[in-house]
Design a protein around this ligand. Structure first.
Ligand SMILES: [Zn+2]
Length: 391
């Protein structure tokens, strides 16, 4: 199998590590910030990585899959403040709703889903380590900042110029402040920072506060998968600043290069011509789709798009996949031709070409290859039901 690595832009053989029982895949995927996590953009990302996990495991290669829950993060606190609820209640409720959605969509759950709020010790230790090695400095605003200029490859992963990085930081509202008492350069980012009112706070040698966003994932990844992962994944909007920063601080902390042997990123899902977002009011959530289609049809529809590309959600297209699933449910006989299955395997081995795999599935349905169809669905649809949910 080959995968397209974001950093090098090259197709690489699937990177694997030596595990206790032979080769294994160490996979870290950036998970949700549990404040409004049920939309199809997230479902797309996690269904794509679910197919990767299932496909690799079907080859007899064990996968160690870690996906974090970012329950210490600005958008979550802002939402809790706005709703007048506690951040813990909001995070717990939204995390449960996310897991419920993904369970209905038939995922093979990650082996570990660490929550930032449970992982403060390791995250703080990572910040301390960067400070001791001279990659970070304390500012009078109470924050510990990573000094981006100390990492020569900063910007390589996202292929962005300094100007483009600054523009994205401004868009993400992560630009912060430069000057006396604040950070030294616009690209520097906080590893540790003082907490705002109503936000959780933990003691540290840099003063009480909470971790910055990026160091959270570096620390959790290292705790559960070691200094190096085989594949680090997430949505394309995370390449900069999140993954760029993760890469810089992880490699600076351990000296183990590369931190991730391959980076895989999923495209954005649009609706009504724009990226889905709560503020634009164009969100489609998983539950909306399950009212008109079976979970298996939703999965097949999501996966009918090439994973790296942006795409537009369309209700009529979802309906076409519901009709495909109905045809599958009505299949009789036990023919097995085999040729579609070979095409299916070749498609997934080619950087997880799920649209091509679905074309093989359609051919198998058309030729009455019922066992072939079952094998393919086991990868593409996971354990998602072929029948619409009752009610
Ligand atoms: Zn992350």
């Amino acid at each position: 199998m080959r995968v397209l690595d974001t950093l090098t832009g090259r197709h690489l053989p699937l990177p694997l590590s030596d595990g206790p029982g032979g080769k294994e895949l160490k996979l870290y995927v950036c998970g949700v910030t549990p404040y409004d996590s049920g939309h199809l953009g997230h479902a797309f990302t996690f269904c794509v990585f679910d197919v990767l996990v299932r496909w690799v495991e079907s080859k007899g290669i064990p996968v160690r899959y870690v996906q974090n829950v970012t329950d210490v993060d600005d958008p979550l606190f802002a939402r809790a403040r706005r709703d007048g609820s506690s951040w813990q209640d909001l995070a717990k409720r939204e995390e449960a709703a996310f897991v419920q959605d993904m369970t209905v969509l038939g995922w093979r759950a990650p082996d570990v889903m660490p929550r930032v709020s449970d992982e403060i010790q390791g995250i703080r230790a990572a910040a301390e380590g960067l400070s001791e090695r001279g990659f970070a400095y304390s500012a009078a605003d109470g924050s510990l900042y990573f000094e981006a200029a100390r990492y020569p490859g900063f910007g390589q992963l996202s292929r962005r110029s300094r100007r483009s990085m600054l523009r994205k930081l401004r868009e993400e509202e992560l630009l912060g402040r430069v000057g006396p008492g604040a950070k030294r350069d616009w690209l520097d980012f906080p590893l540790w920072r003082p907490s705002g009112a109503g936000e959780p706070s933990w003691p540290s040698r840099f003063g009480p506060g909470r971790p910055g966003w990026h160091i959270e994932c570096s620390a959790m990844s290292m705790r559960y998968l070691g200094e190096q992962v085989d594949i680090h994944g997430g949505g394309r909007d995370l390449i900069f600043s999140h993954h760029e920063s993760e890469r810089a601080q992880s490699e600076s902390l351990t000296g183990c290069v590369p931190f991730a042997r391959a980076w895989l990123h999923t495209g954005m899902v649009r609706h009504d011509g724009r990226k889905m977002s709560k503020s634009l009011g164009n969100l489609v959530v998983v539950k909306d789709t399950l009212r008109v289609a079976s979970p298996a049809a939703v999965r097949l529809y999501l996966l009918s798009h090439r994973y790296r590309r942006d795409w537009e959600f369309r209700w009529p297209a979802l309906a076409r996949f519901e009709r495909l699933v109905q045809r599958i449910r009505g299949m009789r006989g036990s023919g097995r031709s085999g040729s579609s299955l070979a095409e299916f395997r070749a498609a997934l081995d080619a950087d997880l070409d799920a649209p091509r795999a679905i074309r093989a599935l359609r051919r198998a349905v058309a030729s009455g290859d019922r066992r072939g169809v079952e094998d393919m669905l086991g990868i593409l649809a996971g354990t998602a039901a072929l029948k619409p949910a009752a009610g």
